[in-house]
Structures are given as structure tokens and as C-alpha cells.
Design a binder for this molecule. Sequence first.
Ligand code: FES
Length: 145
Amino acid sequence: MLSRRIVLSSALGTAAAATLAACASGTQDTGPNPSETAEAEDNQQPSSFVIGAASEVPVGGGAKFRAGDTEVFVTQPTSGEFRAFDARCTHAGCAVTAVVSQQIECPCHGAKYNFETGDVVSGPAPRALGKLTINQVGDQLEVSF
Ligand code: FES
């Protein structure tokens, strides 16, 4: 009859051997495959979208557009000078909606952003709106990000 001590040490030895075998088998995750990483970087090329007519954005004001799945807020601080921002407020993600007194306003909790830079002017927003690249092509606005 086997003693309780012998059975226990035998079980521990089996478990340790299984752990060593798993480590030696090379099944550990060593990170992404280099070819997969290069493929992911290729997919991060900038995307451009024609979002609408420049005439939809009043001088000294702003308007909201859609670029793919992203809402974009475009301002025109001076005639012919456009700025584009990700419309998601950096506080809790509501879409900014309007320019009042040269500030982009969020309707949810009152954050205000500078309509030229997107920087926070007041309110609970922790950081500036995300800036996007915008170009005017004829009467159309094109945003890329
Ligand atoms: S989500 Fe814009 S101020 Fe809170």
C-alpha cells in the first residue's frame, strides 16, 4: 500500500514535468508575425473623403459632415480658410454641433473649443478636438485622416 506522502510527491512531479514539456514545445506566444505587422501597417494608409460643398460652411461658423463612419466638424474662421476636426467631444464623445462666438460648442456638458485650433477653451473636455487634414478642391471639401 502506498503512503499518502508518496502519492502526493508523485502527483507534483507529474505536474512539473507537464509544465516543462509545455515550455519546451515552443507553443508560447512570441508576438505578431513580422509579415502580419507589415500588412497591418499597409492598411493604415490615409483615407480621403469628399465631404461636401465649401459653400455649406459659413465664414465665421461651422458645419458637420460625414466622412465614412466619422462625423467631421468643419469651420471657416476666415474666408477660404477651412479647419476640420473629429466631431467627437473629448469629454464623453457627444458630437459637437455649432460655432458660437468663435467657439465650437458641445451640447452635452458645455465644453467649448477654439474654432481655429480645436483647443479646449472651457468645460470638462480634457484635450483638444482631433485635427484632420482638409483641402478645398473646386467647391468641394476633401478631408483625409
Ligand atoms: S461630451 Fe462634450 S462636454 Fe461632455
